[in-house]
Design a protein around this ligand. Structure first.
Ligand SMILES: O=C1C[C@@](O)(C(=O)O)C[C@@H](O)[C@@H]1O
Length: 254
């Protein structure tokens, strides 16, 4: 497998980490406004965090919102994410609905990547990867710990598992309790990138202490970073303009 993933001409896994901005509107009106506004920020990718959408449990409303969002930003690669409450998201739905939602997104022809959480039954994760790939949609397999940072061996083992399950972009976000935890995340990223990964990976340490990990992906091996438009979708996200400045500064220094 190639070490880069290309979506709509955006090469993930090469050069400056790519900037992704989440859409977190609760209503269709808010989502449309956000989609319009983020064009000015010129991100590399956009993520629709559907768990923030008030009608996420209505599949038809989701599909219709998806086509409205896509019509506003047709050229930007779109990640479709339902972040479950157990992983720091806004809502919890049944596994049956989670699968239906992601399959509908993959089949829609309107998204480039779906996000599938690792901590589900293995057969469900594999099934979603298969469904996505059948429609030429890539898959982020993700894991989040909003309370702590597991040991580096555990972080690496989860990232390897995501790769083994066919995720095109393994992703892990963890919460540091001190600066040492940020180092743990960075070291796990570096080891994964240099010893195990045969594809781009995404890692971040959240909150204030973890911000450095959102900026230094090019050095340690994280290919994509999330930047906030007006409001962050997770603790520690910095504004896109600041992110871009620092990413460029570090890139020039290398
Ligand atoms: O998984 C992630 C990463 C994230 O949690 C962050 O910490 O930037 C933000 C989420 O929107 C995204 O789905």
């Amino acid at each position: 497998m190639s070490r880069t993933l290309i979506v709509k001409n955006v090469v993930i896994g090469e050069g400056i980490p790519k900037i992704c901005v989440p859409l977190i509107g609760a209503t269709l009106t808010e989502l449309k406004q956000e989609a319009e506004a983020l064009k000015e920020l010129n991100p590399d990718l956009v993520e629709w965090r559907t768990d923030f959408f008030e009608k996420v449990e209505d599949l038809e409303a989701v599909k219709s919102a998806l086509s409205d969002i896509h019509a506003i930003i047709p050229d930007l690669p779109l990640i479709f994410t339902f972040r479950s409450a157990k992983e720091g998201g806004e809502k919890q739905v049944s596994i049956e609905y989670y699968i239906a939602l992601n399959v509908a997104a993959a089949e829609s022809g309107l998204v480039d990547i779906i996000d599938v959480e690792l901590f589900n039954e293995e057969q469900d994760v594999r099934g979603l990867v298969e469904a996505a790939h059948a429609h030429n949609v890539a898959v982020i397999i993700s894991n989040h710990d909003f309370h702590k940072t597991p040991p580096k061996e555990e972080l690496i083992s989860r990232l390897c598992k995501m790769q083994e399950l066919g995720g095109d972009l393994p992703k892990i976000a963890v919460m540091p309790q001190d600066a040492g935890d940020v180092l743990t995340l960075l070291e796990a990223t570096h080891i994964m990138k240099t010893k195990h990964a045969d594809r781009p990976i995404i890692t971040m340490s959240m909150a204030g202490a973890g911000v450095v990990s959102r900026l230094s992906g090019e050095i340690f091996g994280s290919a994509l970073t999330f930047g906030a438009a007006h409001k962050p979708s997770a603790p520690g996200q910095v504004a896109v303009a600041d992110l871009r400045n620092v990413l460029s500064l570090l890139h020039r220094s290398l």
